[in-house]
Design a protein. Sequence first.
Length: 133
Amino acid sequence: MKTLFALSFLLLILGCNAGKTFKKAEDAQDAGRQFIRASLDGDYEKARFYLLNDSVNLLLISKWQQGFDKMDKDTRQQYREASILPINIRAINDSVTTYTFSNSFRKDTTTVHIVRINGEWLVDLKEILNDKR
């Protein structure tokens, strides 16, 4: 009986974790789209998967998440239902692409950089800070 309970518990845990695997981005556009969609949906675990992992980016994504979490339920739902509106996707070189977009809920324009590091495409938010200066 204890063995059956332990096995059932193990399967439950594995089943819960199975849905949280993410596929690496195929290219810069895919990385940008996946990151933006996850951000609009409030899925910050997924957004972090597509994010260049450094202290500044982690601080910025934490701020975004705090802002999203403070929004009222209706506003969060409108972001989830919003479409991504790509404005300009431009390769700077073979390792850096800019992705300028807005969304159908809020028309603000944002540009993120997507960088290829060790063959993996990741969003780098630090350029947003440079654009604000």
